[in-house]
Design a protein around this ligand. Structure first.
Ligand SMILES: Cc1ncc(COP(=O)(O)O)c(C=O)c1O
Length: 393
């Protein structure tokens, strides 16, 4: 039988982590000990009280074994609304302005399917979290890249988007704190500009706030929905994956404009049944419990950030300490610029066992950088830096 996949899927290269993951067994075969700073996959366990709630629910509440309420059970939506108000001072109607998601990645991909006709344009940050680009491509849309440049503090310059592109655009993605650049918004200027842009050109603003809680040194990350007018034009994604180290549980939510959320709910009703009830209840437990566990998580990432930037600084690789996220966004050392980030990452893995993500995997403007994820035990960073030192020599 001749198996043919769709042109849309065919056109996409393998997911960035796949290529590097394919090399890992080869590195292990060479007896290399792997230090994996590649994927943003939290290494810390989900806090015990959330795990306990999940076990208790599955064991003692058999009704939770049935199909869930796809848009999120009332308890889940109310917990989101209360948390949002407490955290950002923004009121969210739990009935109409919250939708539970099987992780924000799922919600972003399905949003593209919900809103894009073939040939419609989506404004996508580059470098950016790959699902923006791939979600648009799979929906048959056209990606217009908004470069995130160091000279602009990795914020997009909306004034550079030509009017004829803007008129054809349906969606604009924003993401602060940013993956992979670790950039933050220092004020609401970008969000205000985006709202003006959205109103002028009738574009939906999608703000991905997956890292809202992973911030350091007194920085508090805002919500897009805090800006007047944001709810008229946009929605915001949130995730339990990083805040509560629940990446494998697959749960997140989107909040904001009910007229934007409703069609997404309709689309999802055709392709999934929502987040399992016992996972939703674990999410409620996470949102409603004291946040000591989140403080500990932040503290762990801060400690690793400080340690690794210091260690890398000692070997001559200066990296600015980020104010948020669980990553370091590092310019390739000068003498490796010519080979590019993918070759650099491959060579580093095959010669030292240290896994990093090549910047080019996040888009063409990510070339010249690599991303380190701070997702291994504290005592591995010294060793990682020593191996990198050898390699750079
Ligand atoms: C910017 C951004 N958004 C969303 C996600 C995925 O979140 P979830 O696990 O909720 O799908 C990630 C994961 O790395 C991310 O970096």
């Amino acid at each position: 039988m001749k198996i043919r996949v769709s042109d849309k899927l065919n056109k996409l290269p393998p997911y960035i982590f796949s290529r590097i993951n394919q090399l890992k067994p080869l590195a292990i075969a060479k007896k290399l000990d792997i230090i994996d700073l590649g994927m943003g996959n939290p290494d810390m366990p989900t806090p015990q009280h959330i795990v306990d709630r999940m076990c208790d629910t599955v064991k003692n509440h058999i009704r939770t074994h049935r199909y869930p309420q796809a848009k999120g059970m009332p308890k889940f939506r109310c917990a989101v609304s209360e948390w949002f108000h407490e955290r950002f001072g923004v009121k969210i109607n739990p009935e109409t302005e919250v939708l539970a998601l099987i992780g924000s990645k799922e919600g972003v991909a399905h949003l593209c399917m919900t809103y894009l006709n073939p040939g419609d344009i989506a404004l996508v940050p580059d470098p950016g979290y790959p699902v923006y680009y791939n979600g648009v491509a799979l929906a048959g849309g056209i990606v217009y890249k908004m470069p995130l440049l160091a000279k602009n503090k990795f914020l997009p310059d909306l004034s550079k988007i030509p009017a004829k592109i803007a008129r054809k655009a349906r969606i604009m993605f924003l993401n602060y704190p940013n993956n992979p650049t670790t950039a933050i918004v220092e004020d609401m200027k970008l969000f205000k500009e985006a709202i003006r842009f959205a109103k002028k050109y009738n574009v939906i603003i999608v703000h991905d706030n997956a890292y809202s809680e992973l911030t350091f040194d007194g920085y508090v990350s805002p919500s897009f929905l805090q800006v007047p007018g944001a709810r008229d034009v946009g929605i915001e994604y949130h995730s339990f994956s990083k805040t509560f180290s629940m990446a494998g549980w697959r749960v997140g939510f989107v909040v904001g404009n009910e007229n934007i959320i409703k069609p997404l709910e309709k689309f999802k009703s055709f392709v999934d049944y929502g987040v399992p009830t016992f996972i939703q209840l674990s999410g409620v437990c996470a949102l409603k419990s004291p946040k000591d566990c989140v403080k500990e998580t932040i503290e762990a990432y801060r400690r690793r950030r400080d340690k690794f930037t210091t260690e890398l600084g000692k070997i001559g690789w200066q990296i600015e300490k980020p104010k948020a996220t669980m990553y370091l966004w590092a310019k390739l050392p000068e003498k490796f610029k010519a080979i590019g980030s993918l070759k650099f990452a491959e060579k580093l893995l095959m010669e030292t066992g240290v896994v990093v993500t090549p910047g080019v995997g996040f888009g063409e403007y990510g070339e010249g950088y690599v991303r380190f994820s701070l997702v291994t035990h504290d005592n591995r960073f010294h060793d990682a830096a020593l191996r990198i030192k050898q390699f750079l020599k």
